[in-house]
Design a binder for this molecule. Structure first.
Ligand SMILES: [Zn+2]
Length: 326
């Protein structure tokens, strides 16, 4: 599916089979002699086929296409390796570029995450199953890319569009959005989503991700924006209203964590079932293991935020970590 958002700016829907996100919004900007594509889809045939069909309809020439990737998740950058031409510039934030270079050099971030999750109550067996099924492993970027690093405030000009990079860390450590002040559009990746809330998870290399996320929400809410071009599902037309809803969502979730810990000391796995999750499973036991993994990470981000604020305290007993109210 292709939607013309503005002259020379298109939204292309890339299906994400079996993902609750349903589809990725890839954006294509037609410049004078080159195109810019923002985000790509998973590295899998269903995405490649949908992308190829749309590019053909739009007359996009991949040998004259550059890329901007909002963040490292595989539904945004996995397909890049299949579609980026040899001379394509791939604009990407430094923090996540370093992480990807390190991965290609053999550094395993996953082992660290696995260790943290297990210390916080996730069983070794389900942790391993989750990792095997994790989209990053199955549909991630397989080819090495030489990124062109962009920083907060950098300008990207394509045809009539004049974008400014806006660092919006939180959903991921280096997440970056694009803002065109004249057109009043914000290409927001997974920083702002409508009808679902962006997953804010624990990162071994980002302290208090929720704190960073809430600060990034404040930051974009000050921008003059008519349309937020989201990374998934529907677009947002009321940015400040949506920001308030997202802030409220996290406040409520923090209260749920406080209530759960007020009821007695718990590890993260024991805390997670006390949070209301927007998923079709009726009980925590019915959660597919992959969704448990995401819910676990989200719970941990909220607990760590409360710990940072001095409201909860962690206890480490021979490598097993629990939390109680401070
Ligand atoms: Zn993402």
């Amino acid at each position: 599916m292709i939607e013309e958002i503005l002259p020379n700016l298109y939204r292309v829907e890339i299906p994400l089979p079996a993902s609750p996100l349903k589809w990725l919004n890839s954006y294509i900007v037609r410049g004078r002699d080159r195109f810019l594509m923002i985000d790509t889809g998973f590295n899998r045939d269903e995405c490649l086929n949908a992308m190829s069909a749309s590019l053909q309809k739009l007359g996009v020439d991949l040998t004259r296409t550059d890329f901007f990737i909002t963040h490292l998740h595989s539904d945004h950058m996995g397909l890049l390796g299949k579609i980026a031409g040899d001379k394509a510039r791939v604009l990407f934030n430094e923090r996540e570029a370093r992480r990807i270079y390190a991965q290609h050099a053999g550094v395993d971030h996953w082992q660290k995450i696995l260790d943290v999750y297990i210390a916080n109550g996730f069983t070794a067996e389900s942790a391993r199953t989750s990792l095997e099924r994790h989209p990053a492993h199955r549909y991630g970027l397989k080819r090495e890319i030489d990124f062109t690093i962009v920083k907060d405030g950098d300008r990207i000009d394509v045809g009539d569009f004049h974008f400014r990079c806006v660092a919006t860390p939180g959903h991921s450590p280096g997440h970056t959005s694009l803002y065109d002040a004249e057109k009043k559009i914000l290409i927001a990746g997974d920083h702002i989503l409508f009808d679902i809330t962006p997953n804010i998870t624990y990162w071994v290399d980002m302290e208090d991700s929720l704190d960073r996320y809430l600060a990034s929400l404040e930051r974009v809410s000050a921008l003059d924006v008519e349309i937020v071009l989201t990374g998934h599902r529907r677009l947002v037309h009321d940015l400040s209203g949506r920001v308030r809803e997202l802030q409220e969502h996290h406040r409520a979730r923090l209260d749920e964590v406080l209530a759960a810990l007020g009821d007695g000391e718990k590890n993260i796995l024991q805390t997670a079932p006390h949070i209301r999750w927007n998923i079709s499973a009726r009980t925590w036991e019915e959660f597919p293991v992959q969704q448990k993994w995401f819910a676990f990470g989200e719970t941990m981000a909220h607990v760590k935020h409360l710990e940072g604020k001095g409201k909860v305290r962690g206890h480490n007993r021979s490598g097993r970590i629990t939390y109680s109210l401070a």
